[in-house]
Design a protein around this ligand. Structure first.
Ligand code: SAM
Length: 217
């Protein structure tokens, strides 16, 4: 499949992320701790997994990938910013690899992962490209595999204090999409069983979805 990253919008967005890493303090890394929602979710689903192969989409500086590898997962962090990968590699753990690549065109074998996580990529994908993103996710997971998602809700407040009620904004060289529970149900409901969608006060929706079909035997 042809990558969308060469389109003007995504080229600009690539520059936005590049600048954030070059400036050295990407706000989403925080103090490097994993997402507490991810920690809770993994505790719940880990006992149900036969194999523990995880893909971290847009792995950034590796805070969630590192957590998963500590939990005994074989982890692949997929990220398109070289500088983020370099940072993440500095904290390298056993069973953890990073690959430079684009979520629209993943250079990996289909059906390779039991768990896929996305903390902060989906809400930067334009509505019209949702189907392309979803096809990619589905192809990477084994049937019955889990998708763990965290994305902006309509309550997400930017640093400028603004709420974007119309559902998206294009600013500072990037696109932000603000989702509702109903939209997430619509987007994921066709191919995934919706196990949970929770809205958190900070303006995020956390979702756990399970790809329909029977898992690894
Ligand atoms: C908001 S940050 C979150 C990083 C990490 N998941 C975390 O929670 O710390 C989103 C990350 O996705 C990466 N990213 C965005 N679009 C991407 C794409 N098309 N392919 C690969 N990585 C992408 C960005 O470079 C950035 O590191």
């Amino acid at each position: 499949m042809l990558s969308l990253v060469n389109q003007k919008h995504y080229k600009n967005q690539h520059k936005f992320f590049q600048k954030a890493y070059e400036e050295g303090d990407p706000q989403w890394t925080g103090d490097g701790s994993p997402s507490s929602e991810l920690v809770r979710t993994i505790k719940k689903i880990k006992p149900k997994l036969k194999l523990k192969h995880a893909l971290d989409i847009g792995s950034g500086e590796g805070r969630n990938s590192i957590f998963l590898s500590r939990e005994g997962f074989k982890v692949l962090g997929l990220e398109y910013q070289e500088q983020a990968i370099q940072q993440a590699m500095g904290k390298r753990k056993r069973g953890l690899l990073y690959v430079r690549g684009d979520v629209f065109c993943i250079p990996l074998k289909p059906c390779s992962f039991d768990v896929l996580i996305d903390f902060g990529v989906f809400h930067h994908i334009r509505r019209k490209d949702t189907a392309t993103y979803l096809n990619m996710l589905q192809s990477m997971l084994v049937p019955g595999g889990y998708m763990i998602l965290s994305c902006f809700s309509r309550k997400f407040k930017h640093a400028n204090g603004k709420l974007y009620k119309r559902g998206y904004v294009v600013h500072k060289n990037h696109y932000d999409r603000f989702l509702t529970r109903a939209e997430l149900r619509r987007v994921f409901g066709k191919h995934f069983n919706i196990l949970k969608i929770k809205e958190v006060k900070t303006g995020f929706l956390d979702g756990i979805f399970q790809l329909k079909g029977t898992g690894r035997k």
